[in-house]
Design a protein around this ligand. Structure first.
Ligand code: GLA
Length: 392
């Protein structure tokens, strides 16, 4: 939706006022490679998308906060002193969690605001619609409250909101990518130290296609926590052999090979093997990108999927079917699931001449085999959170 139409909606909802109406945008993200690595302290390679969550916000003259979205009917109103008192289980929790964290971090919400959100990221698809709400809220309120807007600190704050207020034990990748993306670049993030760089994502004639399986991501929270737990178990055991080890992803594949026999539990060993190899794949992918070797990049995407399917066991039939069909298209260099797994999206690297065929054939075969209708987004990489000024 155009900003002008959103402004009209805002005024219809909250009325006209003398105060300035400000507009902010935080993107969604796609993880190109490096899955289930962030909480294991290794490298990930996500990119911000070109679409996300737009937030229109205006200061009020009293102490009320009002939240609404164009996406759902649910709305909420409370006073400044009631911030965080009631957890609703609704989308507003992402915004309220950020307000709670803003206060803890020394930038409390001191004025009333009217907020209207407009999300273009499909919900529950693993493209970080929640991180996008969190980051846009933190950035907007810190800007309006006159605080310093450091996008690395904002990512950490948004992650705390998700961990502590919403109660989802996610890593740092999503909030970081949403806050720090850069157009035409991927973000190489070291999740332990938060050192990062923008890697030019020059894919020339190749396009990124995100395929939404439209499979609701059931089980994701419990299975996610279980994977985290298994990685911690592996770390505890390996730490006895290598006391300096703080995270599993610090192990290189050859180091791990020598230690693997200490992991007697087969499942735990497979989880750890995924982490060590996936981390190495991220580094190899970046080399591939630097050398313009997209075939190498695609091959690593494929390997990543197999590892998530067989070693980490976070794929599902729908993701596997879509990936398999994607790879049948002649112009596809690589295809994998992206995000936490158990549903959500795939990401494929496809030659521009094959995009039409991809969308048509993969969509049809996927529907025939799963009974679900897929959606596809052919997309480029966008910027991280920002304020949209009049002339943009
Ligand atoms: C979810 C989490 C991230 C990350 C991915 C898996 O998106 O929010 O922190 O762990 O899963 O890579």
């Amino acid at each position: 939706m155009k900003i002008e139409s959103l402004k009209k909606l805002f005024i219809k909802k909250y009325g006209d006022s003398e105060h300035d109406l400000k507009v902010f945008l935080a993107p969604g993200r796609v993880n190109l490679i490096g899955e289930h690595i962030d909480y294991n302290g290794g490298y990930v390679l996500p990119a911000a998308l070109e679409f996300g969550t737009t937030l229109l916000v205006r200061q009020r003259d009293d102490d009320k906060i009002r939240l609404a979205t164009t996406n759902f009917p649910y709305e909420k109103e409370f006073s400044l002193k009631e911030i965080g008192e009631e957890k609703t289980g609704e989308w507003v929790d992402y915004a309220v969690g950020v307000m709670v964290e803003n206060k803890k971090s020394g930038c409390p919400v001191t004025k009333g605001y009217d907020l209207l959100y407009h999300g273009e990221i499909p919900n529950g698809a693993g493209l970080s619609s929640s991180a996008s709400i969190e980051v846009v809220t933190a950035f907007a309120l810190q800007t309006l409250e006159g605080c310093e807007t450091d996008t690395v600190k904002i990512a950490l704050l948004a992650q705390r909101a998700e961990n502590q207020y919403v109660g989802v034990n996610c890593g740092i990748m999503d909030q970081f990518a949403v806050a720090n993306g850069k157009q035409d670049h991927a973000i190489l993030l070291m999740c332990d130290t938060l050192e990062y760089s923008h890697v030019p994502f020059r894919t020339g004639a190749y396009k990124i296609i995100i395929g939404n399986t439209n499979k609701r991501r059931g089980l994701v929270d419990s299975a996610y926590n279980e994977r985290r737990q298994q990685c911690e178990t592996a770390l505890e055991i390996l730490k006895k052999e290598t006391p300096d080890l703080n995270y599993l992803a610090q192990l290189k594949p050859d180091q791990f090979e020598k230690l693997a026999n200490h992991l007697v539990d087969e499942t735990v060993r497979r989880r750890a093997l995924h982490v060590v190899e996936e981390n190495q794949r991220v580094l190899d992918s970046v080399e591939g990108l630097k050398n313009n070797d997209l075939e190498q990049f695609g091959k690593l995407m494929n390997e990543s999927h197999e590892s998530l399917r067989y070693l980490y066991e976070v794929s599902c039939n729908e993701l596997d079917v879509m990936v398999e069909e994607a790879r049948r298209i002649p112009g596809t260099l690589g295809a994998r699931m992206t995000g936490a797994g158990f549903g959500g999206c795939t990401v494929s690297l496809v030659h521009e001449d094959s995009v039409e065929q991809f969308v048509q054939q993969v969509g049809q075969a996927y529907e025939e085999r799963t009974g679900l209708k897929a959606e596809f987004y052919v997309c480029g990489t966008g910027d991280g959170v920002k304020e949209l000024k009049e002339d943009e």
